[in-house]
Design a protein around this ligand. Structure first.
Ligand SMILES: Cc1ncc(COP(=O)(O)O)c(C=O)c1O
Length: 409
């Protein structure tokens, strides 16, 4: 039995690909200087690694604008706070959903209460999907932004982004997409969708470490900075520079974090080469970084969904189990949440942890409105299971045996 069978990849992916650990360690040792803050060769090389990472991430999300619009942040929450506050002004109206993580929900609630912003929160249907028409129906002359979660971190449903993006584009309203649960798992085409700001944590599907995230700000919008400080450029100016990324990157960036993202991007590319070769794709050698990474993501998504479907089929054998969203889910990532009639959520989680060494997450998963709508607040939320690309057969066996043991009692 494994000491830790990890089923909490929606919180953070673990483990990371081996080259991520190796490159973070080696680059931090060899180039652990402050990038962009001096003309020394080491600082220049550190900056070059960061610039290359911006460019790989731009291609990864098919963003053909300048790669200096790939901005590094502390995490997904920080990117969302900066994106929303950078766009929205007092008196504006924002459309969002009841599926949002607290990174959006609390940000919007504070702006509503403290800054006089009005907010419409669209409800998903029983299966956990937003109807894009309901977003369209809430648009008014004051609507300044639409902020949507691409995939729910509680129930794993993937929202119809193309339709939502079409509506936003037709109405000329900036669209902010929280890709925390999809970046690195589902290909996202910023250019084709016309997304205004795409935000992502580095530590989930992008396989970087904690402490780094980012956003890509399309040229259709400009975000007003809300953080001010040193950038290593234009130091004579006593105001934040207008140029990206400095406009939004005040202070020292996480060099080890970005090194992790850098190595992870190369890992995606290598995986993509292997996948495309197995699929007999013509001209693999001439495929772009973005195209190769899309093959990798399709493979990762397929593996992860096969795990979650297997887990769901075990849960579905028990009448006492309710899986949120139910069996009608189609577009999904590998996350599900469930409750067990007659056994408290906390008890199931304790048993999974203490008796079976399963790392899962119990509670409200930082998305309280999903639980209000599902009626799961009083029971202490749900148990969430999220296998990942590195989940193996031993993990799966351990989980299935644990579930059978707990649910049979
Ligand atoms: C949907 C969603 N949005 C935003 C976040 C926040 O990301 P971070 O924890 O990197 O700030 C998370 C993290 O769980 C998430 O699942």
């Amino acid at each position: 039995m494994k000491e830790n069978a990890y089923f909490d990849n929606a919180a953070t992916t673990w483990p990371k690909p081996e080259p991520v650990y190796e490159f973070m360690d080696s680059f931090f040792r060899s180039h652990g200087v402050n990038p962009g803050r001096s003309g020394s060769l080491l600082a220049v090389e550190a900056e070059q690694m960061i610039t290359k990472t911006r460019s790989m991430l731009a291609q990864f999300f098919n963003f053909s604008g300048p790669s200096n619009r790939v901005v590094f942040t502390l995490n997904g929450t920080d990117a969302l706070n900066q994106a929303i506050a950078g766009l929205v002004r007092p008196g504006d109206h924002v459309i969002t959903t009841r599926l949002e993580h607290n990174a959006v929900l609390r940000t919007m609630n504070h702006m509503e209460r403290d800054l006089g912003i009005s907010v419409s929160r669209v409800s998903p249907n029983d299966a956990g999907y937003i109807n894009p028409e309901e977003i369209a129906a809430n648009i008014s002359d004051d609507t300044r932004a639409i902020v949507v979660n691409h995939a729910s971190n509680v129930i794993g449903t993937v929202q119809p982004l193309r339709e939502i993006a079409d509506i936003a584009r037709a109405a000329g309203i900036p669209l902010i997409v929280d890709a925390a649960q999809t970046a690195g798992v589902l290909p996202i085409d910023m250019d084709a969708l016309g997304i205004s700001v795409l935000t992502f944590p580095g530590h989930k599907g992008l396989f970087g470490p904690m402490g780094v995230g980012g956003m890509i700000v399309s040229e259709s919008v400009d975000l007003t900075p809300h953080r001010f400080g040193g950038t290593g450029v234009d130091s004579i100016s006593t105001y934040q520079p207008d140029a990206y990324p400095y406009r939004l990157e005040a202070g020292t960036v996480s060099l080890p974090g970005i090194a992790g993202l850098h190595a992870a991007q190369l890992w995606f590319r290598e995986l993509g080469i292997r996948c495309a070769t197995l699929l007999n794709v013509d001209g693999v050698d001439s495929l772009s970084h973005g195209a190769l990474c899309r093959y990798a993501m399709m493979h990762i998504h397929e593996i992860e969904v096969s795990h979650i479907e297997r887990i769901e089929s075990v849960l579905n054998r028990y009448d006492a189990v309710t899986v949120l969203g139910g069996a009608t889910r189609k577009a999904r990532v590998a996350t599900l949440s469930f409750t067990v009639e007659g056994i408290a959520t906390a008890q199931v989680a304790d048993q999974l942890d203490a008796d079976h060494q399963i790392c899962a997450r119990a509670g409200l998963q930082c998305a309280p409105l999903v639980h209000v709508d599902a009626g799961t607040v009083e029971g202490g939320g749900t148990i969430r299971l999220s296998p990942g690309f590195f989940t193996d057969e031993e993990d799966m066996q351990q989980l299935i045996e644990a579930l059978e043991d707990i649910l049979a009692t």
